[in-house]
Design a protein around this ligand. Structure first.
Ligand SMILES: *Cc1c(COP(=O)(O)O)cnc(C)c1O
Length: 379
């Protein structure tokens, strides 16, 4: 069944199709001039020194963990209320993710107090996630990192152009990763970006994304190089120019798209804040944010009731989701034995409402009416 109001819709028109077509016609479709253009645009947009385009965010997170020096025997702190890639990336390096709790339903990002509690002599870093594009408590987190000499990786998948005290998310830690997966704020199907202000990290990420090769095909095809050496054990984490061309069109639309999402969020907040026992996380945020998703948390409730509520809402043609099924409960992480009471409550009682620029005021009203009815009728 197709939902009348989906969770997300692509902000695509003829420009993305034309950009892909033009790139195909140009004769160069793998990593080349379009990637270079995209990287320059992206770095400039964030006010960051370096941006390196990557196959997807998961691989950008993997490279982040490598350049930060995580490895076997190390512990890296991360939230559990996020997508699995935020913890899996730590394991790719042989290090161990140690799950930290979130602050609570009003602030569903990692809790600096729990970070401090979980630091051991083995702790080497923190992976921070900015849920829905709302900043984690970066001042506290960066102060803890400085005190204990930890590296900070920002999983900024949800937050392109989001701000924290005037700085763009993804430019505060040691390095960061963005996603261009279909349902993200910037959509290319698959795609991602590694961002850093550290020259050495940028050079290493660039090398590792292409097999550790000292030159790229494009440099050789354009006569800038004739041979290559392999200087590191690298990967193939390159983005092709077809996707980069689509990303460039998406970046041009991003500020306008986010302005419209702000209006959607505003209308949601006005309506939802009047419904008893519903908490909208980050309701007190006043900074510019990307509004990647629209999470709400039911208070004094249960997982079973949340699920029935979602079924009720789905029956009216509105899609919802859960962000996220907590990682520490997945089969491959159960043995870690993490105890995270706030995360447990939110993962059982959260659901996510539709969020995209083209949502109309009438649609938002209909969604809020439906949520209100569901909350009142389902006990
Ligand atoms: C989407 C997402 C990822 C993974 O991004 P891909 O580009 O699909 O690899 C990682 N972390 C978070 C928080 C995400 O939302």
């Amino acid at each position: 069944m197709a939902y009348k109001i989906p969770l997300f819709n692509l902000n695509f028109d003829d420009r993305e199709a034309q950009a892909a077509y033009d790139t195909i016609k140009s004769g160069w479709i793998s990593t080349g001039p379009k990637n270079a253009e995209l990287e320059e645009m992206f770095a400039k947009m964030l006010g960051a020194k370096y941006a390196v385009s990557i196959t997807n965010c998961t691989d950008a997170l993997h490279l982040s963990c490598i350049v930060c020096g995580f490895g076997p025997g190390d512990e890296v702190l991360c939230p559990s209320l996020t997508f699995a890639a935020s913890a899996n990336c730590v394991r790719y390096t042989g290090a161990t993710p140690v799950f930290c709790d979130i602050v609570g339903p009003e602030h569903i990002n990692i809790d600096p107090k729990d970070i401090e509690k979980k630091i051991t002599p083995k702790t080497k870093g923190i992976v921070v996630v900015h849920m829905a594009g709302f900043p984690a408590k970066m001042d506290e987190i960066m102060a803890i990192a400085k005190k204990h000499n930890l590296k900070v990786v920002e999983d900024a998948c949800h937050g392109p152009l989001s701000e924290y005290k005037g700085k763009k998310l993804g430019t505060i830690g040691d390095c960061s990763a963005f996603s261009f997966f279909s349902n993200k704020n910037i959509s290319t199907g698959e795609g991602g970006m590694f961002v850093t202000n550290n020259e050495e990290y940028a050079a290493k990420a660039r090398l590792l994304r292409s097999h550790g090769m000292s030159t790229m095909s494009y440099q050789r095809a354009t006569g800038h190089a004739t041979e290559y050496d392999i200087t590191e054990l690298g990967y193939n984490y390159r983005m092709d120019d077809i996707r980069a061309a689509i990303a460039i069109e998406q970046l041009k639309k991003l500020p306008g798209d986010l302005e419209m999402r702000l209006e959607v969020r505003k209308q949601y907040l006005e309506r939802l804040s009047k419904i008893e026992d519903i908490v909208v996380p980050f309701a007190d945020n006043t900074e510019f944010v990307s509004n990647y998703i629209m999470p709400v948390v039911l208070m004094n409730s249960t997982k079973e009731r949340r699920n029935r509520l979602r079924e009720y809402i789905h029956a009216t043609g509105i899609q919802t989701s859960v962000h996220y099924p907590a990682i520490h409960r997945f089969s491959i992480y159960k043995e870690y034995g993490a105890v995270l009471p706030q995360t447990d409550y939110v993962t059982d009682n959260e659901f996510t409402l539709p969020m995209y620029a083209a949502l109309t005021p009438e649609q938002i009203d209909f969604i809020c009416d439906t949520v209100e009815k569901a909350v009142n009728e389902i006990r």
